[in-house]
Design a protein around this ligand. Structure first.
Ligand SMILES: [Zn+2]
Length: 50
């Protein structure tokens, strides 16, 4: 029980998620718990296509 992984709150779904190995190099930049949330966040931003 000595694991003390850092946590963040997902900017899309608002749920806390734990550090994962795949984020070890970019943890500071991680904002979403999953690729899905990342994709949904992108969708909700209105892209300003010409
Ligand atoms: Zn999420």
């Amino acid at each position: 029980m000595s694991k003390n992984l850092p946590q963040k709150i997902c900017a899309q779904c608002g749920r806390p998620f734990d550090w994962r190995k795949k984020w070890e190099r970019c943890w500071d930049e991680v904002r979403y718990c999953s690729e899905r949330c990342k994709g949904e966040a992108k969708r909700q931003k209105r892209p300003s296509y010409p």
